[in-house]
Write a protein that binds this ligand. Structure first.
Ligand SMILES: [Zn+2]
Ligand SMILES: [Zn+2]
Ligand SMILES: [Zn+2]
Ligand SMILES: [Zn+2]
Length: 265
């Protein structure tokens, strides 16, 4: 009996020795290891550093900014280990202009992450500072009293008045004021009319009684009649004939007879 037991023990020890000599997978036999198996069940436990890891599974997915976790399991003993998966980083697409910049106002563009559409990058596009001229608007001439406008363009983006190079300009051309030509006063005589002094605008043709063109007057209002009344006082009475007196003009008046005729009613 004792001899048989000793022989069996020797064989077992020899087998263990051979297994220990196996270079790749040195295994130890343990009774009820800590690997979670039921008590009393025999389980192979890998010697440290000799696990046979599988390809692993992603147990926590990496995000754009957060690391993930991959868990590997030993195909021999079931032991697990984890490795971090590096953060993916954003995968932004092309920029899309959401608001075009104008001459005076900044615009905006944005791009979306392919990994997570809630990751949106927004960027301000500076105002161009360049006005956009429309059609040429011909100017209007200033007059003596009314302002005119210069040739100009209107910016299609901000409505400012600009020149051909896109610079903001003041288009108002001030009124010219009258161009006054003086006429000196001439005293009336017995036979010739005179006139008071007046000024004529060579541009608009209006007349004024003052050198500043402030008081406009009607044409010929400056005429001073010849002094004929002086002639009449010296005219001999004998030359004033009664025949020269004209009868009152009664044409068009109804006749007395027609107004009083009793037969008319
Ligand atoms: Zn193992
Ligand atoms: Zn992202
Ligand atoms: Zn503009
Ligand atoms: Zn004038």
């Amino acid at each position: 009996m004792k001899t048989k037991l000793t022989r069996m023990t020797s064989i077992l020890l020899a087998m263990l020795f051979l297994i220990a000599m196996f270079p790749m997978q040195a295994l130890a036999l343990e009774n009820g290891g800590a690997g979670g198996s039921e008590a009393g069940e025999l389980q192979w436990i890998c010697v440290s550093g000799t696990h046979s890891w599988d390809d692993g599974v992603v147990t926590t997915a990496a995000t754009c900014t957060g690391t993930g976790v991959r868990t590997f399991t030993c195909t021999l003993c079931g032991t697990t280990k984890t490795e971090n998966i590096a953060a993916l980083g954003h995968a932004f697409g092309e920029w899309t202009v959401t608001t075009e910049p104008t001459c005076g106002n900044p615009g905006e563009r944005r791009r979306v992450c392919a990994n997570d559409p809630t990751h949106v990058e927004v960027e301000v596009i500076p105002a161009t500072g360049v006005h956009v001229p429309g059609e040429l608007i011909p100017g209007t001439a200033a007059t003596c009293t009314e302002a005119g406008t210069a040739d100009h363009y209107v910016c299609q983006q901000c409505g400012a008045n600009i020149d051909g190079e896109g610079k903001i300009i003041n288009i108002t051309v001030p009124a010219t004021g009258h161009t006054l030509v003086p006429t000196a006063a001439v005293a009336a005589t017995c036979t010739t009319a005179g006139n008071s002094a007046y000024w004529t605008c060579s541009e608009c043709g209006k007349y004024f009684s003052d050198a500043n063109g402030e008081t406009e007057i009607a044409a010929d209002s400056w005429i001073i009649a010849a002094s004929t009344s002086a002639m009449q006082t010296v005219k001999p009475r004998s030359q004033q004939t009664a025949g020269s007196l004209q009868q009152p003009d009664t044409a068009g008046l109804p006749s007395r007879k027609a107004m009083t005729s009793p037969t008319s009613s």
